[in-house]
Ligand binder design. Structure first.
Ligand SMILES: Cc1ncc(COP(=O)(O)O)c(C=O)c1O
Length: 485
């Protein structure tokens, strides 16, 4: 353990950058701003230290596309801190980690078993590689409307029906905090000769606190995409890809380099390095504080009445096997307001920016950067909103998830001939593009899915309520791209 701490005190990329800065090397390489001298406005915006560290790969600083020195060492320390066989620093967001997982596990025509409430990056990966999704439709909570975790019996059915699938994909946890029985899913996947890939965009902290749900690497998963930039504290866009022992690292590296930049930002890389150090040395204490703040906020919000801040009480041993109590998800429809309405009120009337609001819920992100007085402010604002803005409740469009009907693979649909049709006339047609509220970025429609009246009504309701709708070529959502008949 002592050796672990001694090792984890190192931050090889950060230390190399500091050495490099002290050397005052004359730059005849990119980036062209030359430590900011060529762009004073950039220096004014970001400060001298920041632009001075915005440098390109070179021998003393290693190269992300083929790490052999300081990045290699920093990745080894990250692997140790996360209990993984290998870790890769990623600079294209967790989108790039997710896509590297899927592209490493699937080729054109392969099948992958996954819940449909995945992030758009997963289905985008299927567009890229031509794999076929086999969806395990999640149960939906009848009261709060959110999609739940993966039910083992449904997963087993899908595996028996598709024994040739190459991988199973799982969210751990979902944006709302729901966890599936990950250990059993990994076991089932391996018994069926399938890889288990885990999206831990919302699960970095699970690695640093024993009382939180199990992490992918601890559960024996083969790969995990971990958003260090979310709960891990690193700079936006930085992420980790973790591998278990089973993976062929050389192949995964080739896959990563299919789409990875050859000019990785050292601001992002060093932020990953020092955030890993911080988590390894202080993560447990930090996340204990986060856990306590979230639990406190939950009980205060529930005592207002009308709101439902859910937590461990949801756990049912099946589709909600565990709950990540650092999440602060609140169901708002019982005060007659949609989540997105509460989200807008918090920002416009109370200067409080939360992570997202959807049809029925809001999510306030609690992290190592929060303070109890900010939590009190959020609770006070929610109390006020209930008093001033509550409306009669309506059950219209309570569900955040509608079971899709898949008519073509995402890749085939994406590259088919398409036509733009008024959205109200698209029922019965096959969609050729994505439609989603962002965040959370879970597609309402993905390429290849049948459009139904229920989906059209839901989409227009979400738009009317002010959700940020993304995906379609026609940004106004008056028309949708459908496959030509
Ligand atoms: C579940 C999930 N996976 C992947 C991603 C992609 O992460 P990034 O925005 O870092 O690319 C997100 C983003 O919110 C997400 O919610």
């Amino acid at each position: 353990m002592d050796n672990f701490i001694e090792r984890q005190k190192r931050a090889p990329v950060y230390e190399a950058l500091e050495r490099f800065r002290r050397q005052r090397v004359v730059p005849f390489d990119v980036p062209g701003h030359k430590r900011g001298r060529g762009n004073p406005e950039l220096v004014q915006l970001l400060g001298e230290k920041c632009v001075g560290l915005d440098v390109n790969s070179m021998k003393p600083l290693d190269n992300l596309c083929h790490p052999v020195s300081v990045i290699y060492d920093a990745e080894a320390l990250a692997a140790e801190a996360f209990g993984a066989a290998h870790a890769y620093f990623m600079v294209g967001g967790t989108t790039s980690s997710v896509q590297s997982m899927v592209l490493s596990a699937c080729k054109a025509g392969d099948k992958i078993i996954l819940p449909r409430n995945v992030h758009r990056s997963v289905i985008n990966a299927l567009v890229l590689c031509g794999a076929e999704p086999v969806y395990v439709n999640p149960d939906v909570d009848p009261h709060i409307g959110i999609a739940l975790g993966m039910d083992l019996s449904q997963l087993k059915e899908a595996m028996d029906a598709h024994p040739d699938a190459t991988a199973v994909f799982v969210n751990n946890p979902t944006y709302y905090g729901i966890c599936s029985d990950l250990r059993s899913i990994v076991k089932l996947a391996h018994e069926h000769d399938m890889l288990c890939l885990v999206d831990e965009a919302h699960g970095t902290h699970l690695y640093f606190h024993d009382e939180l749900p199990v992490s992918a690497m601890e559960a024996g998963a083969d790969m995990a995409a971990v958003s260090m930039h979310k709960s891990g504290g690193s700079l936006t866009q930085s992420s980790l890809l973790l591998l278990g022992e089973s993976m062929n690292t050389r192949y995964v590296e080739q896959i990563i380099n299919l789409t990875q930049t050859t000019s990785a930002s050292y601001l992002l890389l060093s932020s990953l390095d020092i955030s890993r150090r911080n988590l390894a040395l202080r993560g447990h204490d930090s996340f204990e504080k986060v856990r306590q703040m979230a639990e406190y906020a939950r009980s205060e919000i529930n005592s207002i009445g009308g709101y439902y801040a859910y937590g461990k009480d949801l756990v049912n041993g099946r589709s909600i096997y565990d709950y990540d109590v650092t999440k602060l998800s609140v169901y708002t429809r019982d005060i007659g307001l949609t989540g997105i309405e509460v989200y807008d009120l918090l920002r416009d009337e109370y200067d409080i920016q939360i992570e997202f609001g959807d049809i029925g819920n809001i999510l306030a992100y609690i992290s190592i950067g929060d303070r109890i007085q900010d939590i009190e402010r959020l609770v006070g604002a929610l109390e006020d909103i209930k008093r001033l803005y509550h409306k009669p409740t309506s059950k219209l469009h309570n569900a955040e998830y509608i079971t899709p009907i898949v008519a073509a693979t995402p890749q085939k649909a994406f590259y088919s001939d398409k036509e733009l049709v008024p959205i109200r006339e698209t029922a019965g047609r096959i969609c050729g593009e994505f439609v989603m509220c962002y965040p959370p970025g879970i597609p309402i429609l993905a390429p290849g899915e049948m459009i139904t009246k229920e989906i059209i009504d839901y989409t227009l309701f979400a738009k009317e309520k002010g959700c940020s709708m993304q995906g379609p070529e026609d940004g106004s959502l008056e028309r949708l791209n459908v496959l030509k008949e």
